[in-house]
Design a protein around this ligand. Sequence first.
Ligand code: ADP
Ligand code: MG
Length: 217
Amino acid sequence: MIALTDVTKRYAGGVAALGGVSLRVEAGELVAIVGPSGSGKSTMLNLIGTLDRPTSGTVHIAGYDVAALDDRQLSALRATRIGFVFQQFHLASGTSAVDNVADGLLYSGLPLAERRRRARAALERVGLGHRGSHRPHELSGGERQRVAIARAVVGEPPLLLADEPTGALDTASGKGVMDLLRCLHEADTTVVIITHDREIAATLPREVRMRDGLVES
Ligand code: ADP
Ligand code: MG
C-alpha cells in the first residue's frame, strides 16, 4: 500500500525535515507513527497522502509512483484511495454533519441526493446516525472527530491517514476514536496514525519511531 524509498524532504528555508526514509506498509496494516515534535511525522504523512512531493527519493501509494502522476491524476488518487483525519477536525462550521460528510464525495461525480444517502450511512457507521442535522458547534469534540472520520471514509478509501486524531480530545473521546479506527482496520482499511500518546501506540500492532527526520526503529 505504501512504499517510501530513500525519501528526503527539504523545505524552503533549508530545513531538512526528512533525511532519507524508507518504509513499507502492507495493505491491511494498522501502524502507529511516534516521535518527538519536529521529528518529521507530519511531513512523512503528507508525503504518503500525496499532499506534498519529496525533494528526493520515491513514493509509491497503492502501486502508483507518485512522481509519475500529474496534478489531476494525483487529485484522483487522493479522492479515491486516501482518507485524511486531522487533529483539528477541519469541518465546515455552518454546515450539517451530513453535508460535511457528503463533501468527502465531491469528486465522485455522484448526484447530491446519493452523496447525502451515503453520508448518512457513514454517520451510522461511526455511531452518529442521530446527529446528521447537527452543525459542528452543536457536537462534542469526540463527535466532531467521528464526523471527520465519516467524511474520510465515506468514499471507502483503502488507506486512512490520521495526524494526531486524538490530540484535541479528552481520554474517553480519544478512546472512542481509537476504537473506531480499529474497527475500520478490521474492515480491511490500511490505517496509519500519528500519535503522541505512547499508551495508544503501544496497543497498535506496529510502531514506527521517528527522530530527527529519520526512522529510528
Ligand atoms: P512533527 O509532525 O513530527 O512534529 P513536522 O513534520 O511537522 O514534524 O516537522 C519536521 C520539521 O520540518 C520541523 O523542523 C518543522 O519545523 C519543519 N517544517 C514542517 N513543515 C514545514 C513547512 N511547511 N515549511 C518549513 N518547515 C517546515
Ligand atoms: Mg506533526
